[in-house]
Ligand binder design. Structure first.
Ligand code: PLP
Length: 246
């Protein structure tokens, strides 16, 4: 499959609409062997599980601040492996990404900052740094253990609830738990939970069209657990969903 036409393989480590954790390390071993560039979208994984670029062997890794990292909206990170730097062109060049050295000549920076722009939201970046440091203080291994335990409890309890279908995929699953309730739209479930002070979101078809189409799904309720949740809250969510489905 990875013949000369393939320039880059891009994959979401954790897609937005379910518990699935993609086997990014195994894919990395294949792309490395084929000499194909490899980009991992880790927006839904960083902050809830350990993510190590050397284990994954990716050339690029993108991260958002606003999800499991618990940082400010509109912030993010891009990791670029040094060996991949010259193989892709930054979309914008300004006085930060490159130096204008002569009338018809500029020199692009030789580090990943060539993908940054001069102007940025400094307060947001500071907030992102604080959020990452906070995450480090708890310890990502401890966070991951806790997230998996809570999500597992929630998934099992929802799956055992009449009229509730858990729609998560994958052998390895994370803190995103998705489900549908017979006879209720996902929006109805979200609204009814909100009225009980429980926040969930709805994933619609357009966010992950190919997967939703392939599975004949339209909308899902998405409960994302994190380390600050507790078993009491998980029970309250399950009881509320059961009640809504009656
Ligand atoms: C897998 C994945 N990648 C990227 C994004 C985009 O994140 P942001 O809008 O913060 O850049 C999302 C958002 O839901 C996502 O689920």
């Amino acid at each position: 499959m990875l013949d000369g036409r393939v320039k880059l393989v891009a994959i979401s480590h954790v897609p937005t609409n379910g518990g699935l954790v993609n086997p990014v390390e195994q894919i990395g071993a294949i792309t490395r062997q084929a000499g194909v560039l490899y980009l991992v979208d880790a927006c839904q994984s960083v902050g809830q599980m350990p993510v190590r670029v050397d284990g994954i062997q990716c050339d690029f890794l993108s991260v958002t601040g606003r999800k499991f990292v618990r940082g400010p909206r509109g912030t993010g990170l891009l990791y670029v492996r040094r060996s991949a730097l010259e193989k892709v062109e930054p979309p914008f060049l300004d006085l930060h990404a490159a130096e204008w050295v002569d009338r018809h000549r500029y020199v692009v920076r030789n580090d990943a900052r060539r993908f940054e722009t001069w102007e940025g939201n400094v307060a947001g970046r500071v907030g992102l740094g604080v959020a990452l440091e906070y995450c480090r203080q708890w310890g990502i291994d401890a966070i991951w253990t806790r997230v998996q335990a809570l999500a597992d409890t929630l998934r099992k309890a929802l799956a055992a609830s009449p009229g509730v279908t858990v729609t998560d995929l994958g052998g390895r699953r994370c803190g995103i738990v998705t489900f549908t309730v017979d006879g209720r739209t996902s929006e109805e479930v979200k609204r009814a939970l909100r009225a009980r002070d429980i926040n969930v979101s709805v994933s619609d078809r357009a966010s992950t069209l190919l997967d939703m189409q392939a599975r004949g799904l339209d909308r899902l309720v998405r409960a994302s657990v994190h380390y600050y949740n507790d078993e009491h809250e998980i029970n309250a969510l399950v009881e509320a969903v059961q009640d809504i489905g009656r």
